[in-house]
Design a protein. Structure first.
Lengths: 475, 234
């Protein structure tokens, strides 16, 4: 048995995971596997519950992006009752979704990832966290907290609560309108959020050159990309249809109906992980690797509907070939562009007088026995698919969570990092940091993805060609 | 009820009430709050929830205040440490007996069991939970019963019988398996006696009976029994 070295738990990934690195006969890295070790069973225990409880139940799979679950679930419920939510309800849903996107992306960037990027990958783990960032760069840390607060307040002022605002949403719309007072408050806070985002973008672009090695080696490999786009191919987060592009930037499928996701997305299962392995059906398994999330969304989108984000998108796309950026490291950059897009969108929504309309719900009961709801969660395309009996009791549920789509890509990414940094039969701290950082760049939400609960613990095992454990590190 | 009165002490306060008054009413009318779940003004008392247990000097037994009449010279304690402990335990037993998950319940923030648990400081349940899996009956056009959330207070049964006069609801089975049923244990949707008056949903202290898609805050109206009785007397 190899020795076990325990490192202080400095963990900034959501969930519970284990990584095994498999060596070949020459002790070179053959493959690395990302195992997710918890199980929650949402799809099963939802059975028998009334469909209108689903937004509330499924939102509980995650405390970071409950809004995305609320929306995907509410859209599936809209499909079951067979009504279109009134225009204002859709605007308000989009508004809280913008808030969700801003707060979640800000959380990943400032609280989880900037400590690596601004304090250095090899900095002392005890300081490489948000507190270290506050000590070293207090203004930046404060701005990050302010920006996240703005996103959270967008949700709170519209839907009543920052986290799990499930009382507000309902099949066919929302339960209450936005007050003028709250709209004014949010409008008043927009300029500060915009200012912070633009400053952070400038800072990020400035230090991008320092990370040339990471950009090159952090999950920099060709895959397909999948995400929602508008009818004209623009960046879309709440509605729209699915577009798939390949690594060369060619659109391989466009305007696919998200409600028929099962025609082009398959779900494979491996015995060593509770997280399923979605794959793009035309390519088969396991070749059908595709990525979702901020990077993928910017890769599939031809443009942004808002001026500032559109300029940033153009600049971002220059980092890749034919507008497709491959490096997982650049998810961080994509996150910032998306925050900008969401702030611009939120401004447009808040400036539209119709946002204050009191007609926010359409009432109906079960008219269809099946419904699919799809939205772009911060981490990627989120799919909720329900079947109900004539009285609206759930008989079947399937959820494909954003993080799951990236599962095949995770394995590819950590294999790449392991090949680059595992040089002997021993694991070292620098290698561990980089494996962790590459996973963090994806910003996985493992609790959501397995619909599982647990505390993040990273357990990396090095396994030789005979299957023997040669080294192991946990944190 | 005769015109004569009785004087007793509740929590050290001397109180005079008409003979035959229950301790709960004597206390409530004099500003002394005793926690309850099954008792409801306007309905008969059933003494089922055991939350209104009080101590009476001279007896080692505990008495349910809602069904124990006052007597002259009685000395009642409503809030000793022992009673607090028993009440906490009773709430925990209620929570453990079925499937109570506040976060996803329609009654969240509008639930008498939840607020009582908060008030009594019940922050965990020491008993193993049963996690019942009774099928929800949503066959009625808009009324739903989720027996997994039922605490068997029987308010719905009493309001249906005593105020609406329909007696659609009743109980079957015994002990922890007791369930509220409609007619002779039919689906609600085929009940021939139910008038769809919603009173059961209005008085349900938890999220067991509710009106589909209607916020509980709007449905709940537990004063309905007292209100209707007063109207009838006019």
């Amino acid at each position: 048995m190899g020795k076990e070295i325990v490192i202080n738990p400095v963990t900034r990934i959501e969930g519970h995971a284990k990584i095994t690195i498999h060596l070949d006969d020459d002790a070179a890295v053959k493959e690395a596997r990302f195992h997710v070790t918890d199980f929650r069973g949402f799809e099963k225990f939802c059975e028998g519950r009334p469909f209108y409880e689903m937004p509330n139940i499924t939102a509980r799979s995650c405390g970071i992006c409950p809004v995305s679950h609320l929306l995907a679930s509410a859209k599936a419920c809209d499909a079951i009752v067979g009504v279109n939510a009134p225009k204002t309800a859709v605007m308000l849903r989009r508004l809280i979704h913008d808030g969700q996107m801003i707060q979640s992306n800000a959380l990943n960037l400032f609280h989880l990832s900037f400590p690596d990027l601004l304090l250095g990958m090899d900095a002392d783990p005890a300081e490489r966290n948000i507190f270290g960032l506050i000590a070293k760069q207090p203004d930046l840390a404060r701005q990050g907290i302010r920006l996240r607060k703005f996103g959270q307040e967008l949700i709170e002022k519209v839907a009543g609560k920052r986290v799990h605002s499930a009382d507000w949403i309902m099949p066919g719309g929302a339960k209450w309108p936005l007050s003028k007072e709250n709209a004014d408050y949010l409008r008043g806070n927009l300029p500060e959020a915009m200012d912070i985002t633009l400053k952070t973008l400038a800072l990020f672009k400035k230090c991008l050159a320092e990370f040339a090695e990471e950009v090159q080696n952090f999950g920099n490999f060709p895959t397909y990309y999948l995400g929602l786009v508008t009818a004209k191919g623009g960046l879309e987060l709440y509605d729209g249809n699915i577009r798939v592009v390949d690594a060369g930037g060619k659109i391989v499928a466009d305007q696919l109906d998200p409600a028929r996701y099962y025609e082009y997305i398959g779900e494979a299962v491996e015995p060593w992980s509770y997280m399923k392995f979605p794959y793009y059906k035309p390519l088969g398994y396991p070749e059908g690797v595709y990525r979702v999330g901020p990077l993928a969304r910017l890769n599939v989108a031809s443009h942004c509907d808002t001026p500032l984000a559109n300029e940033e998108l153009k600049e971002f796309k220059k980092l890749g070939k034919n507008g497709v950026v491959q490096s997982t490291f650049l998810y961080h950059y994509a996150r910032l562009v998306e925050i900008l897009f969401c702030i611009e969108k939120a401004k447009l929504l808040l400036d539209d007088p119709e946002i204050l309309s009191e007609r926010v719900s359409a009432k109906a009961f079960v008219n269809n026995y099946e419904g699919v709801g799809v939205a772009e969660a911060p981490r990627g395309t989120l799919i909720h698919h329900y079947k109900v009996d004539p009285r609206g009791m759930m008989t079947w549920a399937n959820m494909i969570i954003a993080t799951e789509h990236n599962n095949l890509a995770f394995n590819k990414a950590i294999t790449q990092v392991a090949k680059k940094y595992v040089k002997s039969k021993q694991l070292n701290e620098g290698m561990l940091n980089r494996v962790e950082a590459v996973i963090r760049a994806f910003d996985p939400c493992l609790s959501c993805a397995t619909h599982a609960v647990g505390q993040m613990a990273l357990d990396v095992q090095l396994i030789d060609a005979e299957g023997k454990l040669v080294d192991r590190k946990t944190r | 009820m005769s015109n004569s009165t009785v004087t007793l002490k509740i929590d050290g306060v001397e109180i005079t009430v008409p003979e035959g008054t229950m301790i709960l009413k004597a206390a409530t009318d004099n500003g002394i709050r005793i926690p309850t779940l099954c008792a409801l003004e306007g309905l008969s008392n059933s003494g089922g929830c055991r939350l209104c247990l009080v101590e009476i000097a001279g007896s080692p037994k505990l008495f349910a205040a809602c069904i124990t009449p006052v007597s002259s010279g009685m000395v009642v304690t409503t809030n000793s440490e022992r009673l607090k402990e028993y009440r906490k335990m009773t709430v925990q037993l209620l929570l453990s007996e079925r499937t109570h998950v506040c976060s996803v319940c329609v009654a969240n923030d509008h639930c008498e069991l939840q607020s009582l648990a908060n008030e009594l400081g019940v922050d965990h349940v020491m008993f193993e939970r049963k996690w019942t899996d009774y099928k929800i009956d949503s066959t009625h056009d808009f009324l739903v019963i989720d027996r997994n959330r039922c605490i068997l207070c029987t308010r719905c049964i009493r309001v249906c019988d005593e105020i609406e006069g329909a007696h659609t609801l009743d109980l079957k089975m015994r002990g922890k398996d007791t369930q509220v049923i409609m007619d002779l244990d039919n689906n609600w949707g085929v009940s021939c006696s139910c008038t769809s008056c919603r009173k059961c949903a209005k008085v349900c202290p938890v999220g067991a009976i509710y009106v589909e898609e209607e916020p509980l805050a709007r449905t709940k109206h537990k004063e309905i029994a007292e209100f209707l009785l007063a109207r009838r007397r006019r």
